[in-house]
Write a protein that binds this ligand. Structure first.
Ligand SMILES: *Cc1c(COP(=O)(O)O)cnc(C)c1O
Length: 388
């Protein structure tokens, strides 16, 4: 079967795909339809936290799928409840809303903030949400509005009103918006992922947190990409020393199945009531059974490994030939090269190493469980490709 030709003919042409058909794998090793081996530093865009076909995750998923795959949220099911309790116990959040993707997790965060402001003021006069320039929050019309990049605001208007974009370096811009008095929340990624793996500085975040407190704004952290162990803590906010009011997450949460979650803190735990929000597939038993297996195993030992492996990549690449800068946190790494990132990604793939790009950078988000040996092999090849 000519998969590439059929894809072009029948699948909506929204993706510029790399020239490879993947068929199977194990952990950080994946194979194409010709049986060629690749080392995977992309993990399906920071999704496969335990790599491909992780046996413990696969067992949890297959056990659930052969018992009950779906019943909808009109009824109770166990995996969704188990996962919600696990997430709350591990974080201190009070309640969880489940959807199927990062964009949906953010939609829930946005609706919650607006409803919270409506309950408080009795009108829509405080509905504005401050997000940051260079952010990425999703592909729905509303999360595109939230996304602070002009390139996403060109073709699909009119966009949802009620978002303003502040500098991710100068907290003065956040203050200026807060002073206008029409805002309910600040929403940020602590490491801007799609925007080029750019961690916010601790000083900047401290300032934004104190502005939010001063003006009574909710703090929403988009941990769709940074969450679920990726940065070396279960959630990245732990490393910034504050407790958000709302955290959205997805990508790695389901270990490879579609699942998003919106974690609700004390101030908003009662904001959404029956009928206010919903999702047919949200909290799907199979996705949740897999997620329980993932979240249970993100323990201190694994998180330590994530930090150590992240440091290893940084050390190996900093100062290497053709490398201008290395950014990131834990196993979320951005590499600014002399060569264009797309060229590096293509050449790496030809050498059997899968990497992603983010704006002008090469982006590495490998499975958290990639072995030291696999990591060393992949980084050596990457160094050669970047330096060639
Ligand atoms: C990927 C991503 C999203 C969108 O997630 P989808 O599952 O594609 O809807 C939102 N926010 C951030 C920070 C992301 O990295």
């Amino acid at each position: 079967m000519d998969i590439k030709a059929l894809d072009k003919e029948y699948v909506a042409n929204t993706y510029g795909r790399a020239d490879v058909v993947f068929t199977e794998g194990r952990g950080a090793e994946v194979f194409d339809h010709r049986g060629r081996r690749y080392l995977d530093l992309g993990a399906g865009i920071a999704v496969n936290v335990f790599g491909v076909a992780d046996p413990v995750w696969a067992a949890a998923v297959t056990e659930q799928v052969s018992k009950l795959q779906h019943m909808s949220n009109l009824y109770y099911t166990e995996p969704c409840v188990k996962l919600a309790r696990l997430l709350c116990e591990k974080t201190g959040f009070k309640k969880v809303f489940f959807g199927n993707s990062g964009a949906e997790a953010n939609e829930c965060a946005i609706k919650t903030a607006r409803k919270w402001a409506f309950d408080k003021y009795g009108d829509f006069g405080h509905s504005t949400i401050i997000t940051l320039k260079n952010s990425f929050h999703g592909r729905t019309v509303t999360t595109l509005s939230a996304t602070g990049q002009d390139a996403f605001h060109t073709k699909f208007g009119p966009f949802t009103p009620g978002f303003v974009h502040a500098s991710a370096q100068d907290a003065g811009e956040v203050r200026a918006f807060a002073e206008k008095g029409d805002c309910c929340a600040v929403m940020l990624e602590l490491v801007q992922g799609e925007g080029g793996v750019v961690p916010l500085t601790r000083d900047y975040v401290d300032e934004v947190v104190s502005i939010a407190r001063e003006y009574g704004l909710l703090l929403i952290v988009d941990e769709v990409q940074t969450g679920n162990g990726r940065t070396g803590t279960l959630y990245a906010y732990e490393q910034y020393g504050f407790m958000p009011d709302i955290v959205s997450t997805a990508k790695g949460l389901g270990g490879g199945l579609p699942l998003g979650a919106c974690l609700l803190g004390e101030r908003v735990e009662h904001t959404l009531g029956a009928g206010d929000h919903g999702s047919t597939f949200g909290g799907n038993p199979v996705s949740c059974a897999g997620a329980v297996s993932v979240i249970q195993r993100i323990d201190q030992k694994l998180l330590e490994d994530v930090r150590r492996k992240g440091e290893y990549i940084k050390k190996a690449l900093e100062g290497a030939k053709g490398v201008k800068a290395v950014t990131g946190l834990g196993l979320m790494v951005g590499i600014l090269c002399d060569k264009p990132a797309g060229e590096v990604a293509k050449a790496a793939l030809a050498r059997g190493v899968v990497v992603l790009t983010a704006h002008e950078k090469v982006r590495l988000v490998p499975p958290l469980t990639i072995t030291d040996e696999q990591l060393r092999e992949a980084v050596e090849i990457l160094k050669e490709v970047i330096g060639a």
